[in-house]
Design a protein around this ligand. Structure first.
Ligand code: SAM
Ligand code: SF4
Length: 319
């Protein structure tokens, strides 16, 4: 088990499998996508497996695959199948835009993936195309149905709240939880990367969700390290989650670290500090020793309230 210098148990690794994506969400990526040159420095799946195995042997028991879009990484299903056989894995999850889920959900389930979080900011096809620049909402909706069918559940829908774009859909999105055991989680837009220069009015406090939805009942959290606070609409099967990355701090219960697709370890999402894990691997150094030393240096908390925002775009880190 890994314990950091503030006594926090670190058991959760989020792995960005690629910084590429089949969408170009306006708040996340430039319209031109990512440079082709960056492809060469990506960890190979073999390197990724070696690093993941080391983390699991040190006590990581929960993995989330993210990106960029994890499902555009070639060999992903076989990779997940291999990782799922590692001794000590308790939970394997993925955050995806859902576009390719219709194609891959069954294979992913069979490979050992437990469930998926799917990003969906609007229920309107035209608005979906506008915010993602490339996406067809039907693909995501079919992907959600397929994920349900094969049992990649419970599904969590992640919605980034954007003032003037989807604040008029809070009720409609929330209503998805009424008849289905599915969570809808509203996430405050973070002024990082592409969104760093967005207008003030695009940034909303999640309080607006609580104001708009009538009769919400608080649901006690099952997982103290989760950044989401949960509620339920009256008689709903699923939950409404509120994630306030900026106005709320869950640092004291943080249990996670992140690995970028280029093999950099990020101990805190909101810090620019990165540890080059790939370098030690290529040099044949002691990977586990470096991981343990790094965990011992994990930041106590972020400083978003002081407006110290990271420089990277989200597609490079995985959210
Ligand atoms: N491509 C996958 C997807 O969209 O689910 C996984 C990677 S994406 C970077 C992970 C999450 O980060 C998505 O839910 C996305 O909406 C969110 N995200 C990206 N940029 C953001 C920003 N500036 N503020 C808040 N959330 C952001
Ligand atoms: Fe791609 Fe996800 Fe970023 Fe959208 S949020 S551009 S789907 S990585």
């Amino acid at each position: 088990m890994m314990i950091d210098s503030f006594g926090r148990k670190i058991n959760y690794l989020r792995i960005s499998l690629t910084d590429r994506c089949n969408l170009r969400c306006k708040y996340c990526m430039p319209g031109t996508g990512v440079s082709k040159f960056s492809h060469d420095d990506m960890l190979t799946l073999e390197e990724l497996y070696t690093i993941t195995k080391a983390f699991v042997e040190l006590g990581i028991d929960k993995l989330r695959f993210t990106g960029g879009e994890p499902l555009v990484r070639k060999g992903i299903v076989e990779f997940i199948e291999r990782v799922s056989k590692l001794d000590g894995i308790r939970e394997l999850t993925m955050t995806t835009n859902g576009i390719l889920l219709k194609k891959y959900a069954k294979d992913l389930k069979e490979a050992g993936l437990n469930r998926v979080n799917i990003s969906l900011d609007t229920l309107d096809g035209d608005k979906y195309r506008e915010i993602t620049r490339l996406g067809n909402i039907e693909d995501v909706l079919e992907g959600i149905e397929e994920a349900k069918r094969v049992g990649l559940t419970p599904i969590k829908i992640n919605t980034v709240l954007i003032g003037g774009f989807n604040d008029d859909e809070i009720e409609d999105l929330a209503n998805l939880t009424v008849n289905e055991k599915m969570d809808v989680r509203f996430i405050e837009l973070m002024p990082i990367g592409e969104a760093a220069t967005w207008a003030e009015e695009n940034f909303l406090s999640n309080d607006i969700v609580l104001e708009r939805l009538e009769g919400l009942v608080a649901v006690p959290s099952e997982d103290k390290s989760s950044p989401a606070v949960y509620y339920k609409l009256p008689n709903a099967k699923g939950r409404i989650g509120i994630i306030n990355p900026i106005t709320c701090k869950f640092c004291a219960d943080c249990n996670r670290v992140r690995l970028t697709s280029k093999g950099k370890l990020k101990l805190c999402l909101h810090s620019d500090r990165e540890i080059d894990i790939r370098k030690i691997l290529l040099e044949g150094g002691d990977l586990k020793k470096l991981i343990l030393k790094s965990i011992g240096e994990k930041e106590e908390s972020h400083h978003l309230e002081a407006k110290l925002y990271i420089k990277r775009n989200m597609n490079e880190i995985g959210g």
